[in-house]
Each structure stands twice: as structure tokens, then as C-alpha cells.
Design a protein around this ligand. Structure first.
Ligand code: GDP
Ligand code: IMO
Ligand code: MG
Length: 430
């Protein structure tokens, strides 16, 4: 039986939600393994739009187990609100269909405040975070002062954990000119939601191991994209977790041998939200057109996404760091009607040709993209559901991408709708 990991290969918003939703029909369990409600995954099913942030995209299909793994940072108040909103759209969510790892660290209100206070400082370049406390929550996890789901079950433990966190946070807040945290209020807030959250708590590592042994299929749903990875992304303009495929194992508690196929989600052009380098960014009519046709506004913050040509050099690199077995190429329809398409094949750095993006920030800034051009297509690909529906020139564009990134296409997506999807190779077939 095959287990599949879905990861973003660019700067996020590649269409992971749509593809996870499509693939979830073939899976029994859908598990998030990193990130938090900084993610925004949009699903469109028969015209109904679902926007998911903390919940795995598998919840929308009935009869599947959705899992929030320990690699996630969880804002419990946000989660409860999101559950309420999704339930109002007619989706059933119960402790039988949703499970949260007991060792998942929580995002508290002071994490969001710290995130926003730091972003507001004018002395250093801001990251452009979602302001949802993701960075501070991961810092507390690694700093061994996080409050985790299991801590909600015991009043005395909870108080000890809160005290440990506050020693650090109050010192930091004093330096930032923020009021000290009201200890009793934090404890009361946590106790208020404890039982509601604990009904979903489980030893996820054990459940996944048992399910796997019973022959069930697990679909691991990544958030963000490889260029936002804390180690391999465009540091420091990244998120605070590992987002590449290896994280699926540590972020749920299943060994790496459980991963049979890594599906990299690749947008047919490039977008980025927030600050940081972006070699193929466009500031002209073509960039404007990509943004308009692709509706490139953030699902989480509503910010306008920066747009640019497809960067094959970067995707070749991220397919390597995630060990991608095959890609799902999304939003091909957004390129319909372009006279000419450009693809970045590498960079020029101080007169030298580079076949990867260097790590040093000053070198990244001096890299200029090397482009090759291809004629576009004038026919519509929107809604295409088979290879035969694609214009010859669109097929050439796909084939050229495969060559340049050294990875085969397993799926193509041609609209936001679930069924407007072309399957080339089934990631679940073993
Ligand atoms: P994610 O964060 O990777 O799940 O991606 P988002 O949901 O944030 O952004 C992708 C957007 O593109 C969403 O609004 C999707 O509904 C939409 N989308 C996904 N696939 C396609 C596609 O093939 N064509 C078009 N036009 N839109 C798509
Ligand atoms: P999905 O899962 C796009 C970006 C933010 C910012 C940086 C750090 O929908 O693809 P953070 O709040 O994580 O500390 O912000 O990361 N970012 C995303 N960009 N898609 C996402 O998720 C993102 N999650 C975080 O814009 O640049
Ligand atoms: Mg998104």
C-alpha cells in the first residue's frame, strides 16, 4: 500500500489544497505535519468553496480520518472557530473524524502579539509574516517552554507550563515595551477550551502505525512551500518550520520508510506573499495579468501575491530537497492567451552561470534570471480533464518543464474545481 506526501515546491499557494482534496478520495487518513493556521488551502467542490487553515483538507470528504500531527503549531481558539465555520458548510467533524496529536504545541495569544510587535519594529527589515504567532510558537517548542495539547488535561501541570513560558515572555515583552502577561487570564482561557480540544487528542504516532499495518493509505498534507522552509528556504524570509517532505515523518511520528511517493505541487508560474528575494518577479503588464487571471490574493491575509515567470531552476532545487517523485502542475489555465511564455533556466551571478540559487543573501540579490522563451497558446485549457483536451503548445510547455526540473508530471490541474484535473500517474498505485 502506498502513502503519499504532498508538498509545495515554491513559496506556497501552489494549489496543495485542491490536489489533496482530489487525492483524498483514494486515501483513508489525511495528516497535516507542520505549519499552522498561516496556511490557507482553498477547495472548490461543485461550486462550494472551502477555505481551510488548520484543518486538513481531507475533512471535507466524509468517512476519512483527519489528523493534526505534532509538527503543527495549533491555535486552539482558531481551530474551534474553524471547525464551527466548516460545520456550518455541512461538513461533519467529530472525534471519530478528527484527531490531534497529544504532543502538539499550542499557539497562545501572546505569540501572535509578539509576532506582530516584532514585525512592527522599524529597525530591521520585516519578514511579512501572517502575524499569527507561528514563529514565536515554534521558538517556544524548541526552547522547551511550549504548552502542549496533553498539558491541558491536568490543572497543576498546566500552571507549571504557563509559568515556564511566562518567565521568558515577560522578559522579552519588557524589552519591547509590552505589558506583562496576565497569568491567571491565560490559565483561565486555556481551561475554558481544554475539554473541547482534549476530545480530539490522541497518540497519533500509534494510531498511524496501526492504521498503516492494517493496510490503510495515508496522505500527508504539507503547508507552505519549500522556499519557505526554515533550512532550505530564502532565509530569513521563511516560515519557522521544516516544510519539505522529510518533515512528514517527524511531524507525525511515522518512520521515513512509510513514505512511498512525494508529490510536489508546482504552479505553472511563480508567486510569493510577504518579503524576500524573488528572481523572476514581474513588475509589468505580464505580472499584473498573472495576478488577475490567477486571482492571486492570499487566502489567509488577503494580501496581493507577487507574481512572476516560472522558475525551473528553483523548482529543480526544491524537487531535490523534498525528493519529489512526481509533480502536480497547477493553474496551467492561467497562462492561456499569452503570446510568449518565459521560463527561467538558471541565473547569472557576477558573470558566472549558476544552476541553483546560492545561499548567501547578497549573492541571491545579485542573481539575474536566464530565460528561454516559448510561444504560448491561444486556446482555453480551463476545465480540461484529459491530456487530449490540451493544445499542442501547452503540452510542449509541460514537457519542457519536466525536462528542466528533472521530474515527471503526475497530475495537471486546469481550474479550482475538484474534477478539473488530469491524472497521468496515480501517486497511490504501488
Ligand atoms: P495552497 O495554499 O497551496 O492550497 O493554495 P491556495 O488555495 O492558497 O491558492 C491556490 C488558489 O488557486 C486557490 O484559490 C485555488 O482554488 C486555485 N486553484 C487551484 N488549482 C487551480 C487551477 O488549476 N487553476 C486555477 N485557475 N485556479 C486553481
Ligand atoms: P500555504 O499553506 C504562502 C509566508 C508569509 C511570510 C512567511 C513567514 O497556504 O501555501 P509566518 O506567518 O509563517 O511566520 O510567515 O511565510 N507564508 C505563506 N506564504 N502560503 C502559505 O501557506 C504561507 N504560510 C506562510 O507570507 O512571507
Ligand atoms: Mg495558500
Amino acid at each position: 500500500m502506498a502513502n503519499v506526501v504532498v508538498v509545495g515546491t515554491q513559496w506556497g499557494d501552489e494549489g496543495k489544497g485542491k490536489i489533496v482534496d482530489w487525492l483524498s478520495e483514494r486515501a483513508d487518513v489525511i495528516a497535516r505535519f507542520q505549519g499552522g493556521h498561516n496556511a490557507g488551502h482553498t477547495l472548490v467542490v461543485g461550486g462550494e468553496v472551502y477555505k481551510l487553515h488548520a484543518l486538513p483538507s481531507g475533512v471535507v470528504r466524509g468517512g476519512k480520518l483527519s489528523v493534526i500531527g505534532n509538527g503543527v503549531v495549533l491555535d486552539p481558539w482558531h481551530l474551534l472557530k474553524e471547525i464551527e465555520g466548516i460545520r456550518a458548510q455541512g461538513v461533519e467533524i467529530t472525534p471519530e473524524t478528527l484527531m490531534i496529536a497529544e504532543n502538539t504545541p499550542l499557539i497562545l495569544p501572546f505569540h501572535g502579539e509578539l509576532d506582530r510587535a516584532r514585525e512592527g519594529q522599524s529597525t530591521v527589515a520585516k519578514i511579512g509574516t501572517t502575524g499569527r504567532g507561528i514563529g514565536p510558537a515554534y521558538e517556544d517548542k524548541v526552547g522547551r517552554r511550549a504548552i502542549r495539547v496533553a498539558d491541558l488535561a491536568d490543572a497543576a501541570t498546566l500552571e507549571l507550563r504557563v509559568d515556564r513560558a511566562l518567565v521568558h515572555h515577560n522578559a522579552l515583552r519588557a524589552g519591547l515595551g509590552l505589558e506583562p502577561i496576565d497569568r491567571e487570564a491565560v490559565i483561565a482561557q486555556l481551561r475554558e477550551i481544554a475539554d473541547e480540544i482534549l476530545q480530539y487528542a490522541a497518540p497519533v504516532w500509534k494510531v498511524l502505525t496501526e492504521r498503516r499495518r492494517a493496510g490503510e493509505r495515508i496522505l500527508f498534507e504539507g503547508a507552505q512551500g519549500a522556499l519557505l522552509d526554515i533550512d532550505f528556504g530564502t532565509y530569513p524570509f521563511v516560515t519557522s518550520s521544516n516544510v519539505i517532505a522529510g518533515q512528514a515523518a517527524t511531524g507525525t511520528g511515522i518512520g521515513p520508510g512509510a513514505i512511498d511517493f512525494v508529490l510536489g505541487i508546482v504552479k505553472a508560474y511563480t508567486t510569493r506573499v510577504g518579503e524576500g528575494p524573488f528572481p523572476t518577479e514581474l513588475h509589468d503588464d505580464d505580472g499584473q495579468r498573472l495576478g488577475e487571471r490567477g486571482h492571486e490574493f492570499g487566502t489567509t491575509t488577503g494580501r496581493k501575491r507577487r507574481c512572476g515567470w516560472f522558475d525551473a531552476c528553483l523548482v529543480r532545487q526544491t524537487c531535490a530537497t523534498s525528493g519529489v517523485s512526481g509533480i502536480a502542475l497547477t493553474k496551467l489555465d492561467v497562462l492561456d492567451g499569452f503570446e510568449t511564455l518565459k521560463i527561467c533556466t538558471g541565473y547569472e551571478l557576477d558573470g558566472v552561470r549558476m544552476d541553483y540559487l546560492p545561499t548567501a543573501a547578497d549573492q541571491q540579490a545579485r542573481c539575474t534570471p536566464v530565460y528561454e522563451e516559448m510561444p504560448g497558446w491561444q486556446e482555453s485549457t480551463a476545465g480540461a480533464r484529459s491530456w487530449a483536451d490540451l493544445p499542442a503548445q501547452a503540452i510542449k510547455y509541460i514537457r519542457r518543464i519536466e525536462e528542466l526540473i528533472q521530474c515527471p508530471v503526475a497530475m495537471v490541474s486546469t481550474s479550482p474545481e475538484r474534477e478539473d484535473t488530469i491524472l497521468v500517474t496515480d501517486p497511490f498505485s504501488d
